[in-house]
Design a protein around this ligand. Sequence first.
Ligand code: ZN
Length: 175
Amino acid sequence: MPYSFDLSPGQKIYLDNPGALTSITLASAGAGQQQQSSTQVSTGPWTEIPQIARVGNAVLLRCVTAQGSFFWQIQGTQIAAAPATAWATAQATPMQATESSPPIASVLPMTPLPPMAPMRMGNMEMSLNPMTMRMGKMTLGPDLPTVNTPKFCTQCGAAIALGNRFCGSCGYQLS
Ligand SMILES: [Zn+2]
């Protein structure tokens, strides 16, 4: 049965005891990223529920097995063995049993794509900004009716079939 502890929103410690190993996994979920560091130590089977204690800005873990007590310190994303003298019994609380395992195989959360910037390929520019179309002295903007008006590519001047959004001659995107 794995145990877990929420260090902070998005950061979780998992402790498991497969075989005679103590497996510590630190999972941090940031902005669309998931980082994980873990360590495995041969400790023997636990004889007590693992405990956790916050000391300053670090977190201490304690596992008790037939071989003795084992201590680790977690600071940031680092997991390191800690001396027994660092253990703070007053702050210690037992960890909570959890059904879930460390999210090793979990799917990364989708992050929304940043707004699309105008795309430039050579001298062709595609953008979502309102476009104006110029024909001779007449300028058609997005607020002016363009229905039934013959269209010409603003880039190369080729005639555009009604309903086409791209110039069939040069590929220029039309409004
Ligand atoms: Zn064109």
